[in-house]
Design a protein around this ligand. Structure first.
Ligand code: SF4
Length: 438
């Protein structure tokens, strides 16, 4: 076998770039994967499965699937988007920036509603950052400098399995030679998770009361901790004061936060307050805050649209220019209000992540799903287009959760004839130009 090094894992926002693969001598098959966590390794090995789809499938009137050519799939998609009055183009998180950019060209041509998976995860974070700014840093700085780490409303032991060993808790860096022994580690989570079992302090905040606990910490930072009630959000006052004082005394700290904060009561206001906690702490020490982004390139989708349109998600292109109004132009709201007449999904699985009521409505709309896997979204799609695995069978740019762009590498070729996301979108774009005569 041939060993390929510096492979980037296209699964979660940690975007580990130290993987190694053994591939067969003819360069066609991945035999073994090293350094990846279980979920990352599974993605590489799943791409090699023998029962993988290599042709698009069109749903028939009796509900069964019929294989069609890529040309037919391009024609169906181009016609669907060209004829729709208000199509949604959703997903964009599990693909490279090149495909995201090509998707924007298609979206502009049909005046689409463009939205990514932030709409159901860290969209509230993006809104809070627009409100309050964000004092943040890179994961490299965390590894080399941080001596105080907080995971708030997230469980990296399961969702980002190598985050703690590569960057946040265990590694030894330039100023952090003692590794985890030199770091104070706090988890704020109502549940006793596997991450919480490793900590110095687990604060089991009452569900949905993060805002109060964050506010209480600010009271401590301002020297008024004695005036707190005996218990705030389920946490004793003494514990809040003890942790708050240690946070002030840290040399370099970071609050990592997840959907336990962004999608519970108060949503973006929780993040506003967490950013203000971070800002307060910078009066005493050096602190940063960072969202634990899920899909490996959801950050990239926000970056690409940020520089193209000025907005990171929930973009309405129907008037020929970009408008942004989460709540009005967000996918679920559009679906629930029955405003859409076509849905195009690429690089995500709304069938698994959207409310059931929205998925039922999607099921009644013309729907194209571009995905190498069979997913709950393909179950409600009329056309399923299998594509190459980005990061395995095609390279391209992806943004890590700290907004650092990383070039992913192709390890093996896709099965013969299978298009990449970008190639499929480009063909759809060219066909739509013909249909629209532009
Ligand atoms: Fe892949 Fe994330 Fe696991 Fe790293 S932590 S190997 S990026 S799934």
């Amino acid at each position: 076998p041939v060993r390929v090094t510096d492979v980037v894992c296209p699964f979660c926002g940690t975007l580990c770039d130290d993987l190694e693969c053994d591939i067969s001598d003819d360069g066609k098959k991945i035999l073994e994967i090293y350094n990846a966590c279980a979920i990352g390794a599974e993605k590489f090995m799943h791409s090699q499965s023998d029962d993988r789809l290599v042709l698009p499938r069109m749903r028939q009137e009796d509900g069964t699937w019929k294989n069609v050519s890529y040309e037919e799939a391009v024609e169906y998609t181009a016609q669907m988007l060209s004829n729709a009055v208000k199509p949604l183009m959703y997903g964009w998180s599990s693909t490279n920036c090149e495909a995201q950019s090509m998707g924007s060209k298609v979206g502009e041509l049909c005046g689409a509603q463009m939205d990514n998976t932030a709409t159901v995860c860290h969209g509230s974070t993006l809104i809070a950052i627009q409100d309050a700014g964000v004092p943040t840093c890179t994961l490299g700085e965390i590894k080399n400098r941080a001596d105080f780490i907080i995971f708030w409303g997230c469980n990296p032991a399961h969702a980002h399995p190598r985050h703690m060993s590569r960057y946040s808790i265990f590694p030894r860096g330039f100023f952090t030679g003692k590794g985890h022994k030199g770091r104070t580690f706090v988890v704020v989570d109502p549940r006793h998770t596997d991450t919480a079992s490793l900590t110095d302090y687990h604060l089991p905040v009452e569900q949905g009361r993060d805002y109060e606990l964050l506010s209480a910490l600010r009271v401590v930072f301002h020297g008024e901790g004695d005036r707190l009630p005996e218990v705030v959000a389920g946490i004793p006052k003494e514990t809040i004061i003890e942790v708050g004082e240690k946070m002030k005394a840290a040399r370099f700290g970071c609050i990592f936060f997840g959907m336990g904060v962004t999608q519970s009561i108060s949503k973006n206001h929780n993040i506003d307050m967490a950013i203000n906690v971070t800002r307060d702490l910078n009066e005493f020490s050096k602190w940063s805050i960072m969202p634990m982004r899920g899909h490996y390139n959801v950050t990239g989708s926000g970056e690409v649209w940020g520089w193209q349109y000025g907005y990171p998600f929930c973009i309405d292109l129907s008037r020929g220019y970009a408008r942004y109004n989460p709540g009005e132009s967000s996918s679920n709201d559009l679906i629930e209000r029955g405003e859409l007449d076509a849905v195009f999904v690429l690089g995500s699985d709304p069938g698994a992540h959207f409310p059931f009521s929205a998925v039922k409505k999607m099921n009644k709309l013309p729907c194209v799903c571009v995905d190498p896997h069979i997913t709950p979204t393909t179950v409600v799609a009329d056309l399923h287009v299998p594509v190459a695995f980005v990061g395995v069978e095609v390279g391209g740019c992806a943004y890590r959760m700290d907004s650092v762009p990383i070039e992913t590498h192709k390890v093996v070729d896709p099965p013969e004839g299978v298009l990449t996301d970008e190639e499929f979108l480009e063909k759809v774009y060219e066909r739509m130009k013909e249909i629209k005569g532009v």
